[in-house]
Design a protein around this ligand. Structure first.
Ligand code: ZN
Length: 150
């Protein structure tokens, strides 16, 4: 798209928020609220082995929320829930080119959790930025080949 190309040529890195992720102990329980009272539309639950989580993607008004539930004691979400309890886990930014985005952030001296793309849910590629680099907020970069389908 021409707009994307212009933004890229201007050096813009981010393409807005891809999703906000919420950690929960039980997708089955949490989804009742999101699909019930909040009337959000859900994709089928997907297990993401690389992150050891089950993910439930929800949509409303063109925006995307992801509920994440740990699978196993060694899931990063297990630690998060133990320390902080259920709640907002990370903000994910959409990027056109994840490799370029990682290189740019590393070049700017930001500490990454992932130095190379990892497999996310629903065909995405992801990388997390260390919260020490972002004022305590866990941020994820997402390259999503299916974004236009939303
Ligand atoms: Zn995420």
């Amino acid at each position: 798209m021409a707009t994307e190309r212009v933004a890229r040529e201007l050096g813009g890195l981010l393409r807005g928020i891809h999703h906000v992720a919420i950690a929960t102990t039980s997708l089955a329980e949490a989804r009742k609220t999101y699909e019930g009272a909040l009337d959000m539309r859900a994709l089928p639950i997907e297990f993401v082995p690389d992150q050891k989580v089950n993910v439930l993607v929800l949509f409303t008004g063109g925006q995307r929320v992801e509920l994440v539930e740990p699978v196993g004691a060694d899931s990063p979400i297990t630690n998060f829930l133990a320390k902080r309890g259920p709640g907002i886990h990370h903000i994910a930014w959409r990027v056109e080119d994840l490799l370029a985005a990682i290189a740019k952030l590393k070049g700017a001296g930001l500490q990454m959790i992932h130095d190379s793309p990892r497999p996310g849910s629903h065909g995405t590629k992801i990388a997390f930025v260390h919260p020490k680099a972002t004022g305590g907020v866990l941020m994820e970069l997402v390259e999503d080949p299916n974004w236009a389908a939303h």
